[in-house]
Design a protein around this ligand. Structure first.
Ligand code: WTA
Length: 645
């Protein structure tokens, strides 16, 4: 507990904290830890935990981190050599990058010239090293006690090959896009791996998206095929996915059930390290979703390595990530990261609270019996998607993890491919609510609004200096938007869109988005997307959407809506507006509150002042600030008067 990490000028150093009050892993955190404004409380890994960890000490981390920054080519080449490459990459230029828009187009390349296949590395390589009979996937159905099943690595390989052969048979070729609209069935990772096997580019669309959202993504990436299933059960509901796809395609797709007839062997298509692996659409601050493009080699090396260290992976572990493969977490940490390590992964079809809120722990108990060496099944907990506040952290640590399990609070993004700032559980003390320190090869910097790097204890905009293997390479079909969104705000850096502070011990505290992106239960939603859905309603003239704090969901969607002249407000209309958003985006984007607005606060040049709307939405009415620059300042009073109507 007397070791401390400090982050100075991109280098982490160790110092002794005179003030640290440690709790050792195994001891509960008491509730007065909530009153820890200076973030002094440390949760220190136990000696036993650290001793058995892959990264057992700050010194080991520092040694590896230092090398990863000073010699990235050597560091990542050593790791990459553990995978199978048909052709080695160009040893003289392991990577090449330009992140500075002032020096020409932004470009990032890793392991260029190398050829490999991620499906081969996830499956054939594991089978060939003697683990063919190990369980690759456990599948847990929506309804407890019904239909659970599993696949070994051998079986998974066969299933992937059958689908790959089928896809080839119907004309899918290397470089073709395949849209995947599936719930959490084993067929989802199988499809991803089958696409990767033949060099096709998968684009998974979260099955909670509506026909319109699906159609928008189909139009953008022009797939050869859309893969779906007839229906899925989620909680007590049955959702007819095929009908939604038909709605999106306006014509029936070819029927399934043919795949099992295809051979269980399929030659691998070797692809260039920089060939695209997948597209994943994510929300930005403007209306159109962005097709984040990841390539093969760097993504493979990065997801495998971050998985291994952030979860201190042991071959006997049973690993469960509750994320859906429709989001990046399901790509990197349900499918690729764990399978590249030969892990046994649980896939759960349903909702975490069905039939009741104990379901997750039922699943944990059920699968613990298959772990061979541990008495206590849970070893490490993970968290992702939004800042986890210290009280939620304490609950997770004390109640779920029995005060025994470290929490890997992993900060990253669809764009980053893998974890960027994350605890390495055995290496150093944790602070409840902090994502701690950068992963190997990652150089986070905090800048002020002018783009000047801040040092020591500070708070500002989170950027990243230099590339890392898992970085996305472009936005599909729009390299200009890629540069404008991520590299122009602070020239020379990748801008994350997040705010962050760093405390005096060098720990990072993510503070949420600084752009117009709302994070509802870890789902990224652009305010502009919700606004355009609302204004498509014939009775809606204008809409402005902001995020408000929500106890359970992190943030909730709060919409100010101006109706077409003469249309009266009604409960029925409110419902119909919410329904429009559900239909156009998906249920997860439905606004929690509709606030009737006779007008919106605008500057004289017509720009909506969202700052004021955020304050009204969160009822911080004495913090409205200067409203005198508004074209019509009286709007503010009218909005306040209508706040609770
Ligand atoms: C937020 C999810 C705080 C952040 C992997 C980021 C987090 C956005 C954390 C990306 C965390 C993710 N602590 N905030 N541990 N992890 N975020 O693309 O605002 O769906 O920019 O990727 O989620 O969301 P995305």
């Amino acid at each position: 507990s007397n070791l401390q990490l400090r982050h100075v000028e991109g280098v982490v150093t160790v110092a002794a904290p005179p003030h640290a009050k440690g709790v050792t892993l195994g001891e509960p955190l008491s509730s007065d830890d909530a009153l820890d404004p200076h973030h002094l409380r440390l949760v220190v890994p136990s000696h036993q935990f650290s001793q058995n960890a892959l990264i057992p000490s700050p010194d080991k981390y520092l040694e590896m981190y230092k090398r990863s920054i000073e010699d990235p080519a050597g560091f990542w080449s050593d790791i990459a050599s553990q995978f199978f490459w048909k052709q080695p990459w160009n040893a003289y230029s392991v990577f090449s990058e330009n992140l500075d828009v002032r020096n020409g187009p932004v470009h990032i390349q890793w392991f260029k010239g190398g050829s490999t296949n991620i499906s081969y590395n996830c499956l054939d390589r594991i089978v060939e090293s003697g683990y063919g009979d190990k369980i690759a996937l456990f599948w847990e159905a929506n309804d407890p006690g019904v239909g659970a099943t599993s696949l070994t690595y051998n079986q998974l390989l066969s299933r992937v090959c059958q689908l790959a052969n089928y896809l080839k048979h119907i004309g899918v070729k290397k470089g073709d896009a395949v849209v995947v609209y599936l719930p959490m069935l084993m067929e989802l990772p199988i499809t991803m791996l089958a696409c990767a096997r033949i060099g096709a580019v998968h684009s998974v669309v979260f099955a909670g998206f509506s026909a319109e959202s699906l159609a928008q993504r189909i139009v953008d990436c022009k797939p050869k095929v859309v893969i779906t299933c007839n229906a899925v059960k989620r909680g007590s509901k049955t959702i007819h996915l095929k009908d939604i796809v038909d709605g999106a395609l306006l014509q029936s797709a070819q029927n399934g059930d043919v795949v099992p007839k295809y051979p269980t062997h399929c030659e691998v298509e070797w692809v260039d390290a920089e060939d695209p692996l997948f597209l994943l659409y994510t929300s930005g601050s403007t209306g159109k979703p962005k097709g984040v493009l990841h390539t093969t080699g760097g993504y493979m090396v990065y997801t495998a390595t971050t998985f291994k260290y952030a979860f201190d992976y042991k071959p006997t572990d049973i690993y469960w990530c509750t994320a859906d493969c429709g989001w990046i977490t399901g790509h990197s940490y349900v499918t690729y990261g764990p399978l590249l390590n030969g892990a046994s992964v649980i896939i759960y079809e349903g909702a975490p609270n069905y039939p009741d809120s104990g379901r997750c722990w039922d699943i944990v108990d059920k699968y613990k019996y298959v772990t061979r060496y541990s008495r206590e099944s849970l070893r490490i907990l993970g968290s992702v998607g939004e800042p986890i506040n210290p009280s939620a952290w304490r609950w997770f640590y004390n109640v779920v993890g029995d005060s025994r399990c470290p929490i890997s609070d992993t900060w990253w993004q669809t764009e980053t491919g893998g974890f960027m700032i994350t605890p390495l559980p055995g290496a150093w003390p944790q602070k409840p609510g902090s994502a701690t320190f950068p992963f190997f090869g990652v150089q986070p910097v905090i800048v002020d609004e002018k783009g000047v790097e801040l040092e020591g204890e500070c708070s500002g905009y989170l950027c990243v200096k230099n590339s890392w293997p898992g970085a996305f390479r472009t936005l599909y079909g729009d390299h200009e938007r890629y540069e404008t969104t991520y590299f122009k705000p602070f020239p020379g850096y990748y801008f994350t869109g997040d705010g962050c502070s760093r405390d005096k011990d060098g720990y990072h505290w993510l503070t949420g988005r600084v752009d117009d992106v709302i994070n509802v239960s870890g789902h990224r939603i652009g305010t502009a997307e919700v606004e355009s859905a609302l204004v498509s309603h014939p009775k809606c003239a204008e809409a402005a959407v902001v995020g408000v704090e929500h106890e359970v969901k992190g943030q909730a969607i709060y919409a100010f809506v101006t109706l077409v002249e003469g249309v009266p407000y009604s409960e029925e209309l409110r419902k119909s507006l919410v329904l429009t958003v559900r239909e156009q985006i998906g249920a997860f984007a439905a606004p929690d509150r509709i606030h009737w607005a006779p007008g919106l606060p605008k500057t004289r040049s017509g720009k909506i002042m969202r700052r004021i709307l955020r304050k009204i939405a969160s009822r911080q009415l004495n913090e409205l600030g200067d409203t005198s620059t508004l074209a019509d300042p009286s709007i503010v009073d009218q909005l306040i008067a209508l706040a609770d109507s």
